[in-house]
Design a protein around this ligand. Structure first.
Ligand code: ME8
Length: 511
């Protein structure tokens, strides 16, 4: 039987710079999945938070001449503000500088040590500060970090090592037994390739970096920032704490969403730590691609940035949420450009759905004094909706998010075509009963198409769908709707008054 609880997490961004639209993209996708699960009545727990320790942040704070704690406090405030701006419905927010989190990190380090999975040795190699990654000489490309292309630092220090090498075969077995542990398949194959080459033990402590969680059994050492950060997914639930009820209720995570650059940390290191602790692995690690600007990777240093405040101001939140999920093929890289945004927004939002709502409501106002006619049964219509609903939900379940929207849009445009074909403005001039009945039937069916489309689109565009339901005179707050339980999902009897008309998606003039 399908589990009723649903635990979903995002990666926790580094607090060394303001968030860019690529990181926001991950929040939007996870928010949509979380909202879908709530809408379907599942007990959903959606976690995000911030990664606040490590050398990169220590450096950024020093450059600004403030303490590391003051620095992250300011950055976290801004991240929380942006989550609100983008209407992200997380149930909880974890900071890796929370005392409770730090305590869990220490409990885990003690346990790994007691299990015999830690040992002390000397690390000599390179370190990429922006990626917070240890690199061996063979991994460098032209002497630089293979991931971000930046300069590396030479490091020689005593570290604690985690015996990652002992987990390679266990991880291969797990992935083979659970073929959808890593989604999509290309990423699973990438991880299997990596595992088959053999794993090396990894450093899990630093002595040169003090902005971190102290290793409880050795005061010279601080926990490596990645180990500290990965633990957030269970520390946020109270693992190994006095109150671990959330951990018992929600773990294992149903979906852990990450970008492709941090795959090894989540699909190799994190599960190996969990195995050592004897804790279940997450059900799915879901990997998305990069959001690019044109063909370029977002990069502050190269000035290729997409500022989420500027974009929100210019285009509105729901338009951006729609564009990013409709235009990007989930799992692959995709691009944001102003012309592509304007084209998609004007065609799909302003024209297809925006116009459908505004002309339908105008006709109901003009021809039926703002009362949606009573329900007229139409087996064809019901069949079309059943097909849309089941296919759209199935596509969402397979992370075919763009395809899910395409399916819903076919339904929206069926309603547009129904208006064109039946010409309500001509029917309204007739006094024959059959034309009056036909006009009622068309107006009911189109209003019902709008209502159903708005319900299924709530996760994507919560504010706009609320506006649509308000205009249809439906007194329900989108955040409270539980489709199956509320009976709102089924059909609507009509014979109700519409609400005040509002513009949904004003057309953007292409300059
Ligand atoms: O990696 N497009 O933090 P982060 C899409 N602190 N996704 C992007 C992106 C882009 N252009 N740029 C970044 C970290 N991301 C660690 C995570 S989790 C225990 C610790 C994604 O701020 C990136 O792939 O560099 C990651 O999933 C998230 O944003 C945070 O990235």
């Amino acid at each position: 039987m399908e589990s009723k609880k649903f635990y979903i997490t995002t990666a926790i961004p580094y607090m060394n710079a303001k968030l860019h639209l690529g990181q926001i993209y991950e929040f939007i996708v996870t928010d949509i999945v979380a909202r879908f699960n709530r809408l379907l009545g599942r007990d959903t727990y959606f976690l995000t938070g911030s990664d606040e320790h490590g050398q990169k942040i220590e450096k950024s704070a020093k450059d600004k001449g403030v303490s590391s704690q003051d620095y992250v406090d300011t950055m976290v405030k801004d991240m929380k503000r942006l989550l609100e701006v983008y209407n992200i419905s997380n149930d909880s927010y974890i900071r890796t500088t929370d005392k409770a989190h730090e305590k869990v990190v220490q409990n885990i380090l003690i346990k790994l040590n007691e299990n015999g999975d830690l040992y002390k040795s000397t690390y000599e190699g390179d370190y990429c500060v922006p990626c917070e990654t240890f690199l061996t000489e063979g991994q460098l490309v032209d002497g630089k970090c293979p991931e971000c292309g930046r300069d590396v630092e030479h490091v020689e220090e005593e570290n604690y090592f985690f015996k990652l090498s002992e987990y390679g075969q266990k991880l291969i077995d797990h992935i083979e037994k659970n073929p959808d542990f890593i989604i999509p398949e290309t990423r699973k194959n990438e991880v299997l390739g990596l595992l088959k080459q053999g794993l090396k033990d990894i450093s899990v402590s630093r002595t040169a970096v003090e902005w971190g969680v102290p290793i409880p059994f050795d005061s010279k050492h601080y926990c490596y920032v990645w180990v500290d950060a990965l633990i957030n997914y269970i520390s946020a639930l109270g693992y190994s704490s006095e109150d671990s009820s959330l951990f018992e209720k929600y773990w294992p995570a149903d979906q852990q969403h990450i970008g492709k650059d941090i795959l090894k940390f989540h699909a190799v290191i994190w599960p190996a730590i969990l195995m050592s602790l004897g804790v279940d692995l997450p059900k799915h690690v879901v990997v998305h691609g990069w959001l690019l600007m044109g063909k370029e990777k977002l990069s502050k240093s190269k000035g290729i940035t997409l500022d989420p405040d500027e974009i929100a101001e210019k285009y509105g939140i729901d338009g951006v949420r729609y564009f990013l999920t409709r235009e990007l093929s989930f799992g692959q890289d995709g691009s944001f450009t102003d012309p592509a945004f304007i084209k998609r927004y004007n065609a799909d939002l302003s024209n297809d759905i925006g116009n459908l709502v505004s002309r339908t409501l105008a006709m109901i106002e003009k021809y039926r004094e703002s009362v949606i006619p009573a329900k007229v049964k139409s087996p064809d219509f019901e069949k079309a909706w059943e097909d849309t609903k089941s296919v759209a939900l199935e596509l969402m379940g397979q992370f075919k998010i763009s395809e899910c929207l395409i399916k819903v849009w076919e339904f929206v445009n069926k309603a547009n075509k129904h208006i064109e074909d039946s010409q309500p403005w001509t029917l309204a001039k007739s006094s024959e009963q059959k034309d009056i009945d036909k006009l009622d039937a068309v107006l009911y069916e189109v209003a019902e198409s709008i209502r159903l489309s708005a319900l299924i689109l709530i996760p994507f565009m919560p504010t706009s769908c609320q506006k649509i339901l308000d205009q249809l005179g439906i007194e329900k707050k989108t955040g409270d709707i539980r489709l199956e339980a509320d009976g709102i999902w089924g059909s609507f009897d009509g014979n109700t008054k519409t609400g005040e008309r509002k513009i949904l998606f004003p057309r953007i003039e292409d300059k």
